[in-house]
Write a new protein. Sequence first.
Length: 135
Amino acid sequence: MRPRVGGAFAWAGHRFVRGLCRVDVGGSCRAAHYGISYAIVGFMDEDTDFPPGDGPSSGISVSLTAGTLHAIRERVGKRGVSAYLERAAQRQIERDNLDELIAGFEEVHGPADPEAVEAKRARLTGGAPGKGAAA
């Protein structure tokens, strides 16, 4: 059951806000007692758009295979799984955005010349053409 909230407070579903926004017996919100303004707590509703990596945390359920979860926990421990998945999701969003930019560029200018790409890769890596990483 959601706690009662009043005034400009929006239900955010976040642990920090959830703990502070329960209405006390006297009808006042504990967040006000802690000096948290209505504007700060009230902005955390589901309609607010935040860029990746910004905004309040929100708990969700994620299903992973046992092997993947085991590999993550070996790397970061039991308490680091959420942060690891957050960073992985941010990297994937960056890659998706880059793919969209490349697709838009290719739509306007056509595909990149493979020989020119290889020559620039060799220049960047300091190696001869053909020795760089695969595209």
